[in-house]
Write a protein that binds this ligand. Structure first.
Ligand code: GDP
Ligand code: IMO
Ligand code: MG
Length: 423
């Protein structure tokens, strides 16, 4: 068997959590391969609304194996809260959740370093989620990180060495006053570690490859989105991991030929949270209308998301980087009340129109739009494709033609049920 990968094609928050939950019945195993608590994946079903940060979105379906892969970074504090929240609503976890020994730990000081770095950058800040993601991956690449598998008897001395090093950085380099908060954070952190230790730590690369050899089906769940990828996103306004399909290979220990289908998720428009370029961003009433209709506020930080029209130049780039085999279009219902809908099909840069994604998205990049008719129909109760207004079918066909791959699912609301599988 091969591993299917589901990932975001835009700037994150495309609706990955919802669709992983929808697809989970088809799979035996769901696994996260990168990112950490910067992710906020929302699931809605049976009057439950749950936001997951570290735990794979397959956790609500019975008898599925959920794995947190080696490419993920884990904050025990967030993990503990997540576990407690799930247990409160009766989700069975102890038998269904496994954690890679090679996943790196977000230490309490990583979060402080994230805050200190953003503060120091001032107006040039990244607008990070302040979850300690950048500093943790920095330590991983710098060969100074601590991993889940290090949580053994002699963990404390390794931990203290790292914390002392971070304290010097905070004081001497950032001039950041951490003293009043660190003690409380550390207490909470070690309580989180105890919860973490109650789960099975595994060599997930062996575990997964063995499952594949036994013909078990696996879905890998991406976090963030392709435009936030450390190599190909709008650097430096990106996250610190490879969010693209290749990240599933390194983040799980899979050979490239083990990748099967690649589901690429995009919103019928675009959003971005945090700083950085966004060519189709709308600063006007239309942008506000998208935000209101789409309830575009961050699932992790609550920050208002920046909104704009669908950008096919960026989408095509994402499809190429990931080898997307099928597209999933989210939040079509958010466009229900628009008379017309614009789609960016090119960038005008210094008087020349280009269709390929440039090195940098500077202020010189002006989107070139085509305008399509809106459907002016409430999609939220639609049950199948036959009920689609013709303008929606045209919108989807236009995207398929531009991308050269099919849209196989259209989502018309946040609930599990509001999902239309297309022929
Ligand atoms: P993720 O990070 O990719 O999992 O996405 P988020 O959960 O951060 O953001 C997606 C938001 O849109 C969540 O609040 C979802 O409940 C919601 N959502 C998902 N699909 C749809 C949809 O088709 N229509 C509407 N209106 N909301 C949706
Ligand atoms: P999901 O998985 C949207 C953004 C932050 C910031 C940049 C770097 O829910 O789609 P970081 O904390 O990673 O160092 O922040 O990346 N960002 C996200 N934006 N969805 C996410 O995750 C994000 N994770 C990080 O806003 O601009
Ligand atoms: Mg999200």
């Amino acid at each position: 068997m091969k591993v299917d990968v589901l990932l975001g094609l835009q700037w994150g928050d495309e609706g990955k959590g919802k669709i992983v939950d929808v697809l989970t019945p088809k799979y035996d195993v769901i696994t996260r391969f990168q990112g950490g608590p910067n992710a906020g994946h929302t699931l809605e079903f049976n009057n439950i609304k749950q936001v997951l940060h570290t735990i794979p979105s397959g956790i609500f379906r019975e008898n599925k194996i959920n794995i947190i892969g080696n490419g993920v970074v884990i904050d025990p504090i967030v993990f503990k809260k997540e576990i407690e929240g799930l247990r409160k609503i009766g989700v069975e976890l102890s038998k269904n959740l496994y954690i890679s020994k090679k996943a790196h730990l977000i230490l309490p000081t990583h979060r402080l370093l994230d805050a200190a770095s953003e503060e120091q950058k001032g107006i040039t800040k990244i607008g990070s989620t302040l979850k300690g993601i950048g500093p943790t991956y920095k330590d991983k690449i710098g060969r100074e990180g601590l991993r889940v598998g290090d949580l053994t008897e002699n963990f404390n001395s390794k931990y203290q060495e790292r914390i002392d090093n971070h304290k010097s950085l905070l004081t001497d380099y950032f001039r950041y006053d951490y003293k009043s908060i660190l003690a409380d954070c550390e207490k909470e952190w070690f309580e989180g570690v105890e919860v973490l230790k109650s789960f099975q730590f595994i060599d997930s690369e062996h575990f997964l490859n063995d499952l594949l050899n036994e013909n078990r089906s696996v879905l890998a769940e991406g976090a963030q989105g392709t435009m936030l990828d450390i190599d190909f996103g709008s650097y430096p306004f990106v996250t610190s991991s490879n969010t693209i399909c290749a990240g599933a290979c390194t983040g799980l220990g899979l050979a490239p030929q083990k990748i099967g289908r690649v589901y690429g998720i995009f919103k019928a428009y675009c959003t971005r949270v945090g700083m950085g370029p966004f060519p189709t961003e709308l600063h006007d009433e239309t942008g506000k209308k998208l935000r209101d209709a789409g309830n575009e506020y961050g699932s992790t930080t609550g920050r208002p998301r920046r909104c704009g029209w669908l950008d096919l130049v960026a989408l095509k780039y994402s499809v190429m980087l990931n080898g997307v085999t099928e597209l999933i279009m989210m939040k079509a219902d958010v466009l229900d009340s628009f008379d017309s809908i614009k789609v960016c099909v090119g960038y005008e840069i210094k008087g020349e129109v280009v269709e390929h994604f440039p090195f940098e998205l500077s202020d010189d990049v002006k989107p070139v739009y085509v305008e399509l008719s809106g459907w002016k129909t409430d999609l939220s109760n639609i049950k199948n494709q036959n009920e689609f207004p013709k303008e929606l079918s045209k919108y989807i066909s236009f995207i398929e033609d531009e991308m050269g791959i099919p849209v196989t699912i259209a989502s018309v609301g946040p609930n599990r049920e509001q999902t239309i599988h297309l022929d």
